[in-house]
Design a protein around this ligand. Structure first.
Ligand code: ITT
Length: 197
């Protein structure tokens, strides 16, 4: 049996790491930042998802030398002019507190009837001197209350189009089959398989 190929995923989010490993499957050895001895919080100072994904991937390539990819994700709500968007992790203030972020989102949408939104993921891959981007999007609706306990982040308040349940009421594989991250990651895999020998 051939050995799994190694690649670093630059994230400090254990839920994202879990999802990416599930999506990429056993033929990939996805190393975490802890696996390469990186314990820094990489500053995300860009104003776009692509910009932040590139900062995270380049940070690891430049300092640690590994081929690497990073994911930056946002929840974009139409009635809020695309907020929280690139600031999704810090919507309720610094600290990556998903409960507080969801509470603020539901409060800000208390009187909103038109509740369409989408998740967007941009993956940036840095290999050698090559930089590539892969995007994935899923459209849906912001519910009026939390449902479910699977997944992470805003999953309990996001119901994808075509589904009766939120992402947090789905199994991992049901979410990964249709999610923003699943779609972006499958494009990444296709590219890696055609370019890396
Ligand atoms: P890294 O930057 O270390 O990868 P992070 O949690 O800071 O991890 P982002 O900057 O991409 O990730 O922030 C995205 C925010 O959106 C964060 O609050 C997540 O909880 C949330 N989020 C990301 N992916 C999600 C998903 O699949 N479902 C629900 N919420 C998600």
């Amino acid at each position: 049996m051939t050995q799994p190929r190694k690649i670093v995923f630059a994230t400090n989010n254990a839920h994202k790491l879990h999802e990416i490993r599930e999506i990429m499957g056993p033929q990939w050895h996805v190393m975490s930042l802890a696996d390469i001895g990186c314990h820094e919080d990489i500053p995300e100072t860009a104003t776009t998802l692509a910009g932040n994904a590139e900062i995270k991937a380049r940070y690891i390539k430049d300092r640690y030398g590994y081929d690497c990819f990073a994911d930056d994700t946002g929840l974009l709500v139409d009635a809020l002019d695309g907020a929280p968007g690139v600031y999704s992790a810090r919507y309720a203030g610094p600290g990556h507190d998903s409960e507080a972020n969801m509470a603020l989102l539901l409060k800000n949408m208390a009187d909103v009837k038109e509740r369409s939104a989408h998740f967007s993921t941009v993956i940036c891959l840095v290999t050698g001197s090559d930089v590539r981007f892969f995007e994935g999007r899923v459209d849906g609706t912001i519910t009026t209350e939390r449902s479910g306990s699977s997944g992470f982040g805003y999953d309990p308040v996001f119901r994808p189009d075509g589904s009766d349940v939120t992402f947090a009421e789905m199994t991992d594989s049901e979410k990964n089959a249709i999610s923003h991250r699943g779609r972006a990651t499958r494009k990444l895999i296709e590219y890696l398989l055609t370019t890396l020998q």
